[in-house]
Design a binder for this molecule. Structure first.
Ligand SMILES: NC(=O)c1ccc[n+]([C@@H]2O[C@H](COP(=O)([O-])OP(=O)(O)OC[C@H]3O[C@@H](n4cnc5c(N)ncnc54)[C@H](OP(=O)(O)O)[C@@H]3O)[C@@H](O)[C@H]2O)c1
Length: 253
């Protein structure tokens, strides 16, 4: 049976991607820290799912997750787990940001490398890294570490995608770059969006369409696509100022 591994499947975008993959006939391996949430989701799915709890801020858990799943015939990897920290860089908590780098960057890096090697050997497989529109920006004042982490995910994915293309590989890697999505993200980051977000369900559906049509950068929503294009044209200085104003509204609310 076709199998997909989804990290951060206990809520939001990851849970919706897992549901969608299940409805497409995949057996889904659900992973996150909250086992009760994963069990509740598994009970809703049509196909029998596997549950593996892991804290992806711990390097050993990333390697353990790979060891436990490498022989499960995984052909789709979704690196979705992630979170944000908001505030002035001078004041935000260093340990929390180091954990953010571990989850948003190191875990994505480790799992991408390990599964990519297997996928390339078999010459099949899809990797979806969940970045953010934040990763397409020149920086993110008042959320600096989060924006930097997502820029890492976007850059890593684009680089690997070109390597695969040049080798004529059938393996495909994509990065999902949504703007605001209605999930638990804000509760975790302790902020509110300045603009209304899209639903996690729509985001997941759009993401998988892009993934299976081998799109490298997937930006759901016309508004966000126009926004991303205008960021490329506008001077970085202006974009950074506008981003700071938007982030400070989140802090005020
Ligand atoms: N919501 C947005 O506006 C938005 C926009 C662009 C990109 N994104 C990205 O989308 C992805 C999913 O976020 P979301 O919006 O769906 O937020 P969410 O509802 O808060 O979901 C985050 C998921 O990540 C998991 N996670 C967090 N820390 C983890 C850790 N240490 N180990 C294992 N799993 C961990 C959480 O599971 P547990 O807590 O159970 O471990 C949860 O399943 C993130 O990468 C985020 O940066 C979100």
């Amino acid at each position: 049976m076709r199998t997909a591994l989804v990290t951060g499947a206990s809520s939001g975008i990851g849970a919706e991607i897992a549901k969608r993959l299940d409805s497409l006939g995949f057996r889904v391996i659900l992973t996150a820290r909250r086992a009760d949430r994963l069990e509740a989701l598994a009970s809703e799915l049509e196909n029998p799912a596997e549950i593996i709890t892991a804290d992806l801020s711990e390097r050993e858990d990333c390697f353990r997750l790979y060891e436990q799943t490498k022989n499960m015939n995984v052909s789709v990897l979704v690196n979705n787990a992630g979170f944000g920290v908001i505030g002035d860089f001078e004041e935000t908590d260093l340990d929390r940001e180091l954990s953010l780098i571990d989850v948003n960057c190191s875990a994505v890096h480790i799992l991408t490398k390990l599964f990519l090697r297997d996928f390339v050997r078999k010459d099949r497989g899809y990797i979806l890294n969940v970045g953010s529109s934040a990763g397409l920006m020149p920086g993110g004042p008042l959320m600096s570490a989060y924006y930097a982490s997502k820029a890492y995910v976007v850059s890593l994915t684009r680089g690997i995608s070109e390597e695969l293309r040049a080798k004529g590989s059938r393996v495909s890697i994509s990065v999902l770059c949504p703007g605001p999505v209605e999930t638990e993200f804000n509760d975790v980051a302790n902020c509110d969006f300045a603009v209304k977000g899209i639903s996690a369900e729509y985001c997941a559906e759009y993401a998988l369409k892009g993934l299976f049509s081998r799109k490298t950068v997937i930006v759901p929503g016309l508004g966000m696509r126009l926004g991303a294009a205008s960021v490329r044209l506008a001077p970085d200085r202006l974009v950074l100022r506008a981003a700071r104003k938007m982030q400070s509204k989140k802090l005020e609310s």
